[in-house]
Design a protein around this ligand. Structure first.
Ligand SMILES: [Fe+2]
Length: 215
């Protein structure tokens, strides 16, 4: 039995149009995300084989692959749920919509929603090579931070929990936006599901002592 499985999309391929085309969603989920799931499972098997045979010549590559594929699987699993159709998504989190705690956390951590939005947009749109822009809960300070992630796993503060992720890999936009990555990232804001982000914020905050660094 594989350890990791590809989650079903929470909507059909056309649900995020016109922001993201059905063709992109289908390829992105069914091919790219699926490949990370397979990669994570394959790597766990290869590590088990290495232990059985006590052959450690490939340990560096295997550990790198595990971090890459597992992080790719996790970020994509969050990505699909972070989005909803343009009719229900976008705007900004408001207390009137029941997501006041998230709105307050964003203002408290970044000064304003506009400042946060500008930082995350820039972080995602200026990734060099492949990467992500991520809003994460940082449990040591209890603040929200923006991370510019390399590939799926680099440049991350240990212990931080991603709650809103913008995929800035070319496979996420190139068929529709060509080389205009910044246009794609700016368009993405129209399909953000703030209810989902707020749910993730509440869950991360409730486990704030997870690092056990306080006395
Ligand atoms: Fe992706």
């Amino acid at each position: 039995m594989p350890v990791y499985t590809l989650p079903e999309l929470p909507y059909d391929y056309s649900a995020l149009a016109p922001v993201i085309s059905p063709e992109i969603i289908e390829l992105h989920h069914d091919k790219h995300h699926a490949a990370y799931v397979k990669g994570a499972n394959d790597t766990l098997e290869q590590l088990a084989e290495a232990r059985d045979k006590e052959q450690w010549g490939s340990i560096n590559g295997l550990e790198k692959n595990l971090g890459f594929h597992l992080s790719g699987h996790i970020l994509h699993s969050i990505y699909w749920q972070n989005m909803t159709g343009p009719k229900d998504g976008g705007g900004e989190p408001l207390a009137a919509d029941g997501v006041g705690d998230l709105a307050d956390a964003i203002t408290g951590s970044f000064g304003s929603f506009a400042g946060f939005k500008a930082q995350l947009t820039k972080a995602a749109a200026t990734t060099q090579g492949s990467g992500w822009g991520v809003l994460a809960y940082e449990p040591l300070s209890g603040r929200l931070i923006v991370e510019q992630v390399y590939d799926h796993q680099g440049n991350v503060g240990q212990g931080s929990v991603p709650i809103l992720v913008f995929d800035a890999w070319e496979h996420a936009f190139y068929l529709q936006y060509k080389n205009q990555k910044v246009d794609f990232i700016e368009a993405m804001w129209a399909v953000v599901d703030w209810q989902d982000v707020a749910r993730r914020y509440a869950a991360a905050k409730s486990r704030a002592d997870v690092l056990l660094l306080a006395p």
